[in-house]
Design a protein around this ligand. Structure first.
Ligand code: F6R
Length: 364
């Protein structure tokens, strides 16, 4: 049942405020001043390093979470693609927490990576959407993301629910390790409570996003740029566009632009810049100006004050609500998803069942 939407993907994008609200309710019970995990939970004060392993979109959720765990909890983090991790024989120290992220809980490479860590890691934890799945069953602790069934092959609501759970975990880690005090944690959690409203604000920009997507749908190649915690979102935006519209897209860290990809920029190249007005905004804007100086067509995704400051010379702007800096990757996921969705609809591709792709990759 598509609930009045043309595609499951559109329905699942629209559901994000509600399902993220559910995820918050599950992990922040009773007033929500602290993160409560099921079962025996995790004691991050005993953990020396975190190893996160996943594939595809779930891997990009892990890459984003690395910024959070390092910054908030001062925990060293390694993130890897499951199909690389499992064959590399990485040394797993006894103080390592091994964390696996998988919507389906059945991805063969992720499951194999989990099995590789059995008997080596201090604890095996998974962040999953399907509680009965193999990955959930074989973990010491399985943390559901509460996204509900996801039917569209391109992952949308599972991604933002993964991010929501991972950010709560990072705040739990900060509490256990004493790297933030109780007031700071309460402030961050209160900001997270505002996520459903912020996501609604992002969804309200659908018309603006559709207009920008029209331009993307005519392109042969598209670049996505982001800096800091917006860099993994640039990778995710490019993946979404590739998989459902079949337009070649690449995500780059803004600062890497001049180390190669800038050679691609000409008047035919749309460049989507994910730039909330945070501490890194000015740096990203200067990379964006380098693109415009070479006639690249910039789509700037920012908040009111960022757009006021930097809109000059852009091809299009997409206005996001102003949010707490930690929440930006979750809120800006909405335009990343909708850009791909509308570009695919404009091209007339099969949005929910893109060619050559399966929802659950149970082969290696
Ligand atoms: C992209 C997408 C895939 C999955 C990947 C992992 O939209 O859906 O990249 O994220 O196949 O799947 P799970 O999370 O089920 O392990």
């Amino acid at each position: 049942d598509k609930a009045g939407h043309k595609h499951f993907m559109a329905k699942e994008i629209a559901e994000q405020p509600q399902v993220i609200g559910e995820a918050l309710n599950h992990y922040l019970p009773a007033g929500g001043a602290e993160v409560v995990l099921p079962g025996n939970g995790i004691d991050f004060s005993r953990i020396e390093r975190l190893t996160m392993v996943a594939c595809g979109t779930a891997f990009y959720a892990c890459l984003t979470a690395k910024y959070w765990f390092e910054q908030l909890a001062r925990l060293p983090v390694e993130v890897d693609i499951a199909s690389e991790f499992r064959y590399r024989e990485p040394p797993i120290t006894p103080g390592t927490l091994a964390l696996f992220v998988s919507q389906s809980g059945e991805t063969a490479d992720t499951l194999a990576a989990l099995r590789f860590c059995e008997g080596k890691a201090a604890q095996i934890v998974s962040v999953i959407n399907v509680p009965e799945s193999s990955i959930a069953r074989e973990s010491d602790l399985a943390l559901p993301i509460h996204a509900g069934v996801e039917i569209g092959v391109a992952s949308t609501k599972a991604f933002t629910c993964q991010l929501t759970v991972l950010l709560m975990l990072a705040l739990k880690a900060a509490a256990d390790r004493g790297t933030l005090d109780a007031d700071e944690i309460a402030d961050h959690l209160a900001a997270m409570r505002g996520l459903p409203q912020a996501l609604n604000g992002a969804l309200d920009q659908n018309d603006e996003i559709r207009a920008a997507a029209q331009r993307l749908s005519e392109a042969r190649d598209v670049l996505f740029l982001g800096r800091g915690q917006m860099y993994p979102l640039a990778l995710e935006g490019a993946l979404k566009l590739k998989e459902i519209s079949y337009i070649h897209a690449e995500g780059y860290a803004s600062g890497e632009l001049k180390h190669g990809p800038i050679a691609l920029i000409d008047k035919h190249m749309p460049v989507v810049v994910m730039a909330p007005r945070d501490d890194l905004f000015d740096k990203t804007v200067s990379n964006m100006q380098e693109v415009m100086a070479r006639k690249g067509k910039v789509v700037l995704v920012s908040d009111e004050s960022g757009i006021a400051e930097a809109h000059e010379g852009t091809f299009a702007t997409v206005r996001m609500p102003a949010v707490h800096p930690l929440l930006a990757p979750i809120v800006y996921a909405v335009p990343a998803q909708l850009l791909a969705y509308h570009a695919a609809v404009a091209k007339g591709t099969d949005v929910d069942q893109p060619r050559n792709l399966a929802k659950s990759v149970t082969v290696e």
